[in-house]
Design a binder for this molecule. Structure first.
Ligand code: C2O
Ligand code: CU
Ligand code: CU
Length: 500
């Protein structure tokens, strides 16, 4: 379809056009004038049926993945279940998750980046009785914020790795040659080495889009808002902070509310991660202007002297560049005053010593092989899980994600930040450590991690090791874990694990 994103020519997009067949009309909430799919709202315990019909152009196999939901393997949208254009896949599942904001997006092997970029994404919000009792801001005061970066050409068409949507990828994934021209920084060059570099680093767009549009302003009243933020970007990482220096108050992350609210001067949000923000504008005066910014940070892209970021797409700001994400304008007075609850959720948190492998966590090493990022030294294989990737149903495990140094790697690549995502489980982040030689960049982000609740995606900086704790207690089967930098995922930074 086309949407009017900017004045002038409408923009061609791919979109989840959903239609309610049966059920509560409030469970499907359209995002007007946007490529984003509808917001699906469900209660814990509810059964959901979705008929997914692939109407994409030839060559675009696809499958819907419900990011964050705990589902049986054949409902999870693993790439091995991708269907061809013209085919239908029927989902039917029970929602077992806690209250939280999940999302859905395509998950075909090697095509996820371009399909998500073209517009295929939507929110899937779960509520439960515990959350309902908190009476958090709702309706117009609960604002979904989908953060993305996009590049449009002169005729308002989306550009992905130098090509328009729907045209064949022109990023030279097959022929990895042409490294020589990389340093020229010719931003108008559309294929070849330019694409190579974008595949390696991840796509960075020129403009920040909120809910499918650039230049978003929230016209707010003097009261409390609940901002439900998703980083739906392909590769861009944000360092969120209020422009007036107030700390951010967080009430939830990826997979749950927190036990109690926490505050941070700034918060890191990598692709795939979500944040539940308590935004109290009650002390501000009408007319006040405020912005949610992304502050500068360094070290997330430690390749070739950190200068390659802008190459991903013309004039795109580098990874870690400071920018404004959206503005808030206090437009009217309202006297309603909500109290921030001091207890939010009774989380069934595990103890690290409960893990069967507490003495020796299962390692997941992130490294660079040639020009490809890999996990445990291996690229993606559709139906394989090694013994090292096999866990027992009902076991509690620790995994350690290790973002390795890559000595001698091409262009002195020391690494990149990788948002690592596990399907089929919500985990706790129990420890983080960094190599002393890469501590400088880490210092610019570390106070922005929100590791207190249940998560499914975790940012791991170059040289950082992060320990996860989780229980595989719902479904056996074959699930993926991967980097949520979608260009990394498409290039093979994905593996399976099996629950037996
Ligand atoms: Cu949101 Cu496997 O991804
Ligand atoms: Cu997922
Ligand atoms: Cu990655």
């Amino acid at each position: 379809k086309t949407v009017q994103i900017l004045a002038g020519q409408p923009t061609q997009v791919w979109s989840y056009a959903a239609e309610l067949v049966k059920g509560d009309p409030n469970s499907l909430q359209a995002v007007p004038d946007s490529y984003l799919g509808p917001i699906i709202r469900v209660r814990q315990g509810q059964r959901v049926r979705v008929n997914f019909q692939n109407n994409l152009p030839q060559g675009q196999s696809s499958i819907v993945h419900w990011h964050g939901l705990i589902l049986p393997e054949d409902m999870d949208g693993h790439p091995r279940f991708a269907i061809q254009p013209g085919q239908t896949y029927v989902y039917e599942f029970e929602v077992v998750n806690r209250a939280g904001m999940n999302w859905f997006h395509p998950h075909p092997d090697m095509l996820t980046g371009q399909q998500a970029y073209a517009g295929l994404a939507g929110l899937f919000i779960v509520t439960d009785p515990e959350e309902a009792a908190l009476k958090l801001p709702a309706g117009a005061y609960e604002v979904p914020i989908v953060l993305q970066d996009r590049t449009l050409d002169a005729s308002n068409q989306l550009l992905y790795l130098g090509s328009k949507i729907g045209t064949p990828r022109n990023d030279g994934m097959e022929g990895m040659g042409g490294m020589g021209s990389m340093s020229q920084g010719n931003s108008n060059q559309s294929g070849g080495s330019m694409g190579n570099m974008s595949s390696m680093m991840g796509f960075l767009g020129e403009k920040i889009f909120i809910n499918g549009k650039p230049d978003f302003t929230l016209a707010a009243a003097t009261r409390v808002y609940r901002l439900r933020i998703l980083n739906g970007s392909n590769a861009r990482i944000y360092k969120l902070a209020w422009s007036n220096g107030d700390p951010l108050t967080l009430i939830g992350t990826d997979g749950s509310l927190l036990s109690q609210p926490v505050t941070r001067k700034y918060v890191m949000l990598a692709p795939g991660e979500r944040l539940d923000v308590w935004a109290d504008f009650s002390k501000l005066k009408v007319g006040t202007q405020l912005a949610l910014n992304s502050l500068a940070f360094s070290g997330a892209e430690n390749v070739g002297g950190n200068s390659m970021g802008g190459m991903s797409s013309g004039n795109a700001p580098e990874l870690g560049a400071a920018m404004t994400l959206f503005n808030v304008k206090i437009a009217r007075t309202e006297t309603e005053t909500l109290q921030l609850p001091n207890k939010l959720a009774a989380l069934p948190l595990l103890r690290p010593e409960d893990a069967t492998n507490a003495a020796q966590p299962r390692p997941v090493e992130l490294s660079l092989q040639g020009m490809k990022w890999v996990m445990n030294g291996q690229p993606f294989e559709m139906t394989t899980a090694t013994p090292q990737e096999t866990v027992k149903l009902n076991s509690i495990e620790q995994w350690e994600i290790i973002n390795k140094l890559n000595p001698g790697a091409m262009m002195d690549a020391k690494g990149m930040a990788h948002p690592i995502h596990l399907h089929g489980v919500q985990f706790q982040v129990i420890s983080r450590q960094v190599l002393p030689e890469l501590a400088a960049g880490w210092q610019t982000v570390k106070d922005g991690y929100v590791d207190e609740g249940f998560k499914d995606t975790v940012m791991v900086m170059p040289g950082e090791r992060v320990k996860l704790l989780m229980k595989f207690d719902k479904y056996s089967g074959l699930f993926t874990y991967h980097c949520h930098n979608l260009e990394h995922e498409d290039a093979g930074m994905m593996r399976n694990y099996r629950v037996n």
